[in-house]
Design a protein around this ligand. Structure first.
Ligand SMILES: Cc1cc2nc3c(=O)[nH]c(=O)nc-3n(C[C@H](O)[C@H](O)[C@H](O)COP(=O)(O)OP(=O)(O)OC[C@H]3O[C@@H](n4cnc5c(N)ncnc54)[C@H](O)[C@@H]3O)c2cc1C
Length: 416
């Protein structure tokens, strides 16, 4: 593909990864990020084998993994009876696979540093609000008979400044993307009623190691503990705690119930005493809401929607960051083909369809079994999940799903 002028909106996981890939491939890449001084914020995320594969391609895996915590299994138990519902090991999918619990800020720091080193034109503090059609590129276009010059867009920011023009615009502005909401592409965006409260604390004694540990009570309570490496400071081992809460009950928990909540956590995991002691108040907590975003395709002739902007989902399977990284790698691969830009972008949507369709359906299907208002789902889960965990075939499918490698509904897996 000839050298393109590419505008990337958002410098999160998807935006920074795709910018690095494309700048290295020789394109002229400009990234617009609304935050003036982006920093290492957020809580723990899980890097799955798919995300690790992409980071390896970017040459960042070793550095990032060294600051994370290796995860070998997901262990989920019920609170009252301490009955194991799920004990899923990465080795059930492949001996080569493992996960990495990591502070989101560490992934951000590495990607952001690499964006700065890759010759990307990085414009911070630019909050983009609109795309405007620009005049087509008349010069230098060897289109041939019947071919019109490619479309170009200018990106308009909230101060009315115009940037570009760009022949390709990559929308990577996250789950609440306003660009996605403005596009004519078919989409369904639904917020979940439930979200999660997060706390990241120190785990000096390394009590939580190698396991993502979850304690549940029906689908009304869910507590998770994810070892998260040494974090942005790079010194003390961290663990991320998440607690399922309905968005409309959050204020009640924060204003009156923090001490009661801490007791409840200790009742569920007595080992978390040191961690719970570190929770000082609402300032130390993060609340995340989830969105379910479905799009029939992720591209027009010159605009592509990547990461959460195109397919945000509940974090039940821990895939958000990994899917965003996979999008970035796939798009960069599609742009190496010697074809017209719209054809390359159509190929991107086609290649991504099955992988994304599987994870979107799987998370949408799974979420009410862990977080929801109908307790029947929790009861059904408590019966079915231990059985599925015992049968080799279903256990393997669950393990492959956790790894992020299931590529559609017909048993295909990604080659990594
Ligand atoms: C601050 C923050 C903290 C997070 N913390 C966690 C966490 O603790 N655990 C977890 O699992 N996931 C977290 N996430 C989400 C997770 O990082 C994403 O689900 C995943 O990495 C997919 O990445 P993405 O690039 O699609 O979106 P994001 O990582 O959300 O990145 C979107 C980027 O676009 C920028 N942006 C948005 N609108 C505009 C605009 N109009 N103009 C210019 N720039 C814009 C944002 O500032 C952001 O940098 C967090 C996201 C953010 C932004």
């Amino acid at each position: 593909m000839r050298r393109l002028s590419i505008g990337v909106i958002g410098c999160g996981t998807a935006g920074s990864a795709v910018a690095i890939f494309l700048a290295r491939a020789g394109h002229h890449v400009t990234v617009y990020e609304r935050v003036r001084e982006p920093g290492p914020v957020g809580a723990g995320i899980t890097l799955q084998p798919t995300g690790l594969h992409v980071l390896e391609k970017l040459g960042l895996k070793r550095e990032i993994v060294s600051r994370g915590a290796r995860i070998d299994r997901l262990h989920c138990v019920t609170h009252t009876k301490k009955r194991t519902l799920l004990d899923l090991h990465y080795r059930h999918a492949s001996d080569r696979f493992y996960g990495v619990g990591i502070h989101r800020g560490v992934v951000f720091q590495s990607l952001f540093h690499e964006v700065q080193e890759s010759g990307v034109d990085l414009r911070l503090g630019v909050s983009c609000v609109d795309l405007e059609r620009a005049e087509p590129a008349a010069e230098g276009f060897a289109g041939g008979p019947g071919r019109s010059a490619p479309r170009r867009y200018r990106i308009v920011d909230d101060e009315g400044r115009r940037h570009g023009p760009h022949e390709l615009v990559l929308v990577c502005d996250g789950a609440r993307s306003s660009f996605r909401d403005d596009t004519d592409l078919t989409k369904v965006v639904s917020p979940y009623a439930w979200g999660a409260l997060w706390f990241v604390g120190e785990d000096k004694e390394k009590r939580f190691r190698r396991t993502l540990y979850q304690v549940v009570e029906k689908n009304q309570k869910m507590l998770g503990l994810l070892p998260s490496g040494t974090g942005p400071s790079g010194i003390t081992p961290l663990v991320s705690l998440y607690w399922s809460v309905r968005a409309d009950r959050l204020e009640e928990l924060l204003s009156t119930g923090i001490e009661r909540w801490k007791d409840e956590i200790l009742d569920m995991v007595p080992d978390a005493e040191d961690l719970v002691f570190q929770i000082r108040g609402r300032e130390s907590l993060l609340f995340s809401v989830y969105h379910d975003v479905r799009m029939a395709r992720w591209n027009t002739r010159s605009v592509v929607y990547l990461g959460d902007a195109g397919h945000a989902m509940s974090p039940q399977l821990g895939q958000g960051c990994n899917l965003a990284l996979w999008d970035a790698m796939t798009l960069a691969d599609c742009l190496t083909a010697d074809v017209e830009l719209p054809t390359a972008l159509d190929t991107y949507s086609r290649i991504r369809r099955e992988h994304l369709a599987f994870y979107q359906l799987a998370t949408r299907w799974l979420t009410p079994f862990f977080q929801g208002d109908d307790e029947g789902f929790g009861t059904l889960r408590d019966v079915a999940m231990p059985i599925m965990n015992k049968i080799g075939f279903t256990r393997k499918i669950m393990a492959l799903s956790m790894c992020g490698v299931v590529d559609g509904f017909f048993g295909k897996t990604l080659a990594i």
